[in-house]
Design a protein around this ligand. Structure first.
Ligand code: ADP
Length: 542
């Protein structure tokens, strides 16, 4: 028997209409590349999203067309998030940090019809001009006065396009499974892969992430996503903040700048900020150098790569800021787990609490996780057994964009292989030990590179650390440590290696190490272990 309840579709349009009714005055603050700090409200943003929809219609795009953005976290990008998706088009956010060959591949694979770009990225687009044959229109995200000149591309001005029609747009009634946004991930092999979100998955992800114990957002919060809107939708905050009524503070091109982050926190009263560990290192270093404080900030959410406990301790002890470790991936919209301690842990000794806090946390309702062995058999959730992590849920991708066959990544029951190796404990806390492709196997046993890296960065002289497996005749592989030191430090290698003693089994301790000037990162800010392994095998560190 069917129930007798309404089946109103879950659409991003509903988020926009809801926030327009309830939170129209709530502020949206941005740093823009052309006019510094910009102050607006959800009302302004959604009115202009309406104008975006008119402009796109005039440009002649059809429902389902992909509309690309090459833009920072700012109000114009937020307008596009709603103007594009709510008019039945697909917002394709593109990461400007990718190599030009990857960008050319992505634009052509997505068959983008329009590219909205921050003027800063004009040279990048001009360099790709020959490869952008599908693109009907290039739109610079700026005003008439600030329009850049181009000898190779015809460009429209965003503000001029918007000014042409501000009559109410008649938003289409979309099915909830209509595609809303597209984001490419590096994937484990081959070309980047597109994750095609839909309205339903986006609403459920935003709804779930507002919950207490997840991001716990409310209308009392001022949220600063220092995670890019050009990669995995700034962890869904452009959708969750209007649902919760949180003021949103968007740092534009200044995401890695400790001084700007500090002034935004202080001036706008930021209560919760989200970002990858390196962003917080920049802010904490700035606070240390200047002696400044961050009085309003209560919480940070740190993910994207493992967050060392040293970052959490510095935030908590020096600034009274609580850190939630989180894990996720593009294919998961991205939220997979968030670390919020449960009441039974209140009485734990600090060192035991820290052990739990270093884990990536628990899955919210809507995400299901399991770990399996090499044969695909389920492993126990005992915090000890580790295996391939698989997930399933309302906001997990079912297949990649343009691919019908998902058998390489999904099993017959629909579980998606994350490419991560993890343990899960009895209370459901996930602990990522490695990426499958980075696993170190010594004498047939796995060694967690993440755990070793966390110990290394706790050493006062170490700024960043990576552990890779190197070939070994006797053991198959042995861990090798590579570190970047903090400025001015000149430690002896022995002091860093001996800091592992007593913290892990002796046979886990790296036998060798190199101190280098910098560690290579991928376009999404993760340590590129493939590059490190290649550099090491070519003897580049000798
Ligand atoms: P890519 O960087 O390959 O494009 P994503 O941005 O989707 O892909 O990154 C997802 C991956 O990042 C996860 O599968 C995991 O390996 C890693 N990751 C994310 N958060 C954490 C975390 N808190 N700890 C360890 N690894 C993490």
């Amino acid at each position: 028997m069917r129930g007798k309840m309404m089946s109103t579709p879950l659409t991003i349009t509903e988020i926009m209409l809801y926030a327009t009714r309830l939170y129209h005055d709530t502020e949206v603050i941005s740093i823009t590349s052309d006019e510094g700090v910009h102050r607006s409200t959800y009302k302004n943003v959604f009115e202009r999203a309406n104008q975006v929809a008119h402009a796109l219609r005039r440009l002649g795009v059809k429902p389902g067309d992909r509309i690309a953005t090459l833009a920072w976290n700012d109000h114009r990008h937020l307008e596009l998030y709603y103007g594009v998706s709510c008019s039945g088009l697909v917002l394709h956010t593109v990461n400007p940090r990718l190599f030009s060959e990857q960008l050319a591949y992505i634009f052509s694979h997505a068959n983008d019809q329009v590219i909205f770009f921050d003027p800063m990225f004009l040279p990048l687009l001009e360099g790709l001009a020959d490869e952008l044959s599908s693109v009907k229109a290039f739109v610079a995200l700026t005003s008439k006065e600030k329009m850049p000149e181009s000898s190779s591309l015809d460009i429209y001005c965003y503000e001029e396009l918007l000014a042409q029609d501000d009559s109410p747009f008649s938003w289409p009634e979309l099915e909830e499974t209509t595609a809303s946004a597209l984001c490419y991930t590096s994937g484990t092999t081959g070309n980047p892969k597109g994750v095609l979100y839909d309205h339903r998955s986006t609403v459920l992800h935003a709804y779930g992430s507002c919950m207490a114990g997840v991001l716990g957002l409310s209308h009392n919060d001022v949220v600063m996503p220092v995670v890019p809107m050009f990669h995995v939708n700034a962890w869904g905050t452009p959708y969750s903040c209007p649902i919760a009524g949180s003021k949103i503070v968007l740092p534009g091109p200044k995401m890695g700048d400790g001084e700007t982050l500090h002034s935004l926190i202080e001036n706008e009263g930021v209560t919760i900020a989200l970002g990858v560990p390196t962003v917080w290192l920049a802010l904490l270093a700035y606070l240390k150098d200047t002696g400044k404080t961050i009085g309003t900030l209560n919480r940070t959410v740190v993910g994207g790569s493992a967050c060392p406990i040293s970052i959490m301790e510095e935030f908590e002890k020096l600034h009274g800021v609580y850190t939630h470790h989180a894990w996720g991936m593009t294919e998961m919209s991205p939220l997979g787990t968030v670390n919020t301690l449960i009441p039974s842990m209140d009485k734990l000794e600090e060192s035991d609490r820290n052990k739990v806090r270093a884990k990536q946390g628990r899955a919210p309702f809507g995400v299901d996780m399991k770990i399996v062995d090499d044969e695909g058999k389920d492993l126990p959730h005992d915090g000890v057994a580790f295996g391939d992590l698989k997930v399933r849920g309302w906001w997990v991708a079912d297949a990649y964009y343009g691919e019908d066959d998902n058998s390489e990544t999904h099993d017959q029951e629909g579980w998606f292989s994350t490419g991560d190796v993890a343990t899960i404990d009895q209370q459901g806390f996930l602990n990522i030990t490695d990426r499958t492709k980075d696993v170190i196997k010594s004498g047939g046993e796995w060694i967690s590179s993440i755990e070793l890296e966390n110990i290394a960065v706790a050493h006062p002289d170490v700024a960043e650390a990576a552990v890779i497996g190197i070939d070994d005749e006797k053991w198959g592989e042995r861990p090798h440590l590579i570190v970047v030191c903090v400025e001015g430090a000149d430690p002896v290698q022995g002091s860093i290696l001996s800091s592992f003693k007593g913290k892990v089994a002796d046979w886990w301790i790296p036998d060798s190490m190199n101190i280098v000037d910098s560690i290579p990162h991928t376009a999404t800010g993760k340590i590129s272990k493939a590059t490190l392994r290649e550099q090491h095998s070519k003897g580049l560190f000798e």
